[in-house]
Design a protein around this ligand. Sequence first.
Ligand code: GLC
Ligand code: CA
Length: 543
Amino acid sequence: MEKNEWWKSAVGYQIYLKSFFDSNNDGVGDIAGITNKLDYIKNLGVDFIWISPFFDSPMDDNGYDVRDYKSIYSEYGTMEDFKNLVDRAHSMGLKVIVDMVINHTSSENNWFVKSVARATGFDDFYYWKDPKFDENGKILPPNNWQSFFGGSAWEYNSEREQFYLRLFSKSMPDINYNSRVAIKQIQDVMEFWMNLSVDGFRMDAISHIGKVESFKDGKVNHTYKMFSNLDNAHEFLTDILSIVKNKNIVTMGELGGCPTIYDQLKFSDSKRNELNMVFEFSHLNRFNKKTGKPDYKAIINSLKNKEKLISMGGWSTLFWTNHDYQRLVSMYGNNKALSKSASAFATAMYLLKGTPIIYQGEELAMTGYPFKNENEFEDVNAKMLIKLASTESEKKKVFESLKNTSRDNARTIMQWNGSVYAGFSEHKPWFLVNPNYHSLNVAVEQTEEHSALNEYRKIITLRKENSDAFCFGDCTFKRAPRGVCRYIRRSGKTEYDVIVNLTDEVKKYLLPVGAIVYTNYGEVIRGELSPFEAIVLKRQILI
Ligand code: GLC
Ligand code: CA
């Protein structure tokens, strides 16, 4: 391992700061709130934090719409607060990764204002196209590309009398990196944050920065292929990231748009000058269409592919959830076995080779929110989908689906303790608090030996204390009954056998020999695996 490849043996923690901790009791999480909770994070065994965007923003998409990349959203605090956080984190041995949103800006960003006015250098800073017209002279978008948030990906601007491309919300225009000015401006922003001693960047929506330049129609329902994982995305990215070369800066990129393993490799190959690691999502929302249960085969296959990527020379993050997905236990686990199901899935994922990243509250087995009506949603994506439903029955259908899938499930307030507003704030929070906070919170889980929190700590400790095997050793998947994930991690003469029943059923299984170094049940029955049982065995092998 190269000396500066610290991230290969590190564990990360993602903070969605608006919901994390409110230090000044105005109901909104803030930067000083993160600083307050660094001890908690450090105690989990974490080495770096990734903070969701905190730049000045009109907050259409909770900060993923950046108005000014060099200042801090006023409700989140000040630049002093940020410097303080970085200093404090560094003094504790924690690194800080900033969320760089470079695929798009807010339409309130000065670059966009200049582009609308065709100011010198900014004319082509975004993707502008002339409208089409129907036979009645009605203005139509230039092609059929669909936004990730629903509806056309084009928005008409009456001042320029042109459409601009926006893959996300209508106030988030996509930057055109064919423009040298755009490349320079984004590099300047990244320099700014590097000068503030950040340790790396999470590159938001990075697989979409290149588009098919003919701007022809895409295949209906698959138009995302016209702006996902294309060759020009790699060209732009290499160009942009030339400024982090030879610096001790880690880059992790979000790859949407169904990247193949070769796409992932291209982005994360250590021989190319792109990203250090990638996030891909093929293990999430995988359900068997007939039974409605998790599609275990697909999930385990996806884990295998993450290992394959690494064996090919790329690198993968290991994660079960983030601020864009339903909570892990509500997606794949079981409400009646929260700690067991959380720790089972954590064992299966976080003992693989790669870089684990835990999303705030996942370590508590926080659950999705019991939404009762559509007005409870905050997320621009959810609101758009509701708006697009034209009839009452369609609206109902959309609501039923959003209950389980809305990103808002992951954005409820972090549950610190059983006091009012879950100890997040003394003021009514900006968003919902899950009613289960009375019994599901940090304070309670600190005291329970087998809480999800303590099981997460044990799993991370096991990984770190045996980093030769878990961070750097080989990984071989083994056959196992359906729904059971089994792999062996090996370094030298020591091997660890990781066996996890991901299902809520008992599985007949003759346990292999070996000393038990982790169990989420406390007691192990040799002839079967209980629901969500996770076991790690250690053996010495003769070579
Ligand atoms: C990424 C973010 C998501 C955001 C989108 C647009 O997918 O994770 O929260 O809405 O990019 O920036
Ligand atoms: Ca606050």
